[in-house]
Write a protein that binds this ligand. Structure first.
Ligand SMILES: [Fe+2]
Ligand SMILES: [Fe+2]
Length: 202
């Protein structure tokens, strides 16, 4: 992550500690305390990071679909591209929940993973070998997303942002399902086919 900015955060976190305050004031004070915490700042930073990553994926996945040969792989990637667009909308809802404008900050990790995917697509011969390479690259992406959304969901829960946690959990479930589907496609056909073709050449 290249930015640590935390826009519009409230620093007014002491209201709730006054005994004479009303229940609502205590609740607001507690919320403000959480929103000025270091964890909240980290939550914002991670959110901006994955927001950039998801946008980068909407640009990268079409190239993977184009290079893929397997119909199952093409379908799986096409479906996940549509899911990714909805995931971006969910992130925008999370930004709204915390009262912030949706902001993307370049994610160096996703940039590196996508560069690796591009190299694989340039280096592998179209067919089963390239399909296996695309799956390998796509699964690295999914695992990064699973780690990111798992962390974000947990941060949201700890911060008492239950609605945000629910949205992030929905996306986390989609990322896990996409990863499992790629494993199934690889195991059921592509890896064996790529292996056989290489053996015939020898
Ligand atoms: Fe995603
Ligand atoms: Fe994903």
């Amino acid at each position: 992550m290249e930015s640590t900015t935390a826009d519009n955060r409230s620093e007014n976190g002491n209201t709730g500690t006054v005994d004479t305050s009303t229940g609502t004031e205590r609740e607001t004070g507690s919320k403000n305390t959480l929103q000025s915490s270091q964890l909240f700042r980290l939550f914002e930073d991670e959110l901006k990071d994955i927001y950039w990553a998801e946008h980068a994926l909407t640009k990268a996945i079409p190239g993977m679909i184009q290079h893929a040969t397997s119909a199952d792989l093409q379908d799986s990637l096409t479906n996940h591209l549509e899911e990714t667009k909805v995931q971006i909308e969910r992130l925008e809802q999370v930004f709204e929940i915390i009262g912030q404008k949706a902001t993307a900050v370049k994610c160096a990790a996703m940039e590196g993973l996508l560069k690796e995917a591009t190299t694989i697509m340039q280096d592998c011969k179209k067919g089963a070998m390239l399909d296996a390479g695309i799956i390998a690259a796509a699964q690295k992406v999914e695992h990064y997303e699973i780690a990111s959304y798992g962390t974000l969901r947990q941060f949201a829960t700890t911060l008492g942002l239950d609605d945000a946690a629910e949205l992030l959990q929905t996306t986390l479930d989609e990322e896990k399902a996409a990863d499992e589907q790629l494993t199934t496609i690889a195991v059921e056909s592509i890896n064996t086919e790529a292996c056989e073709k290489e053996m015939v050449k020898q």
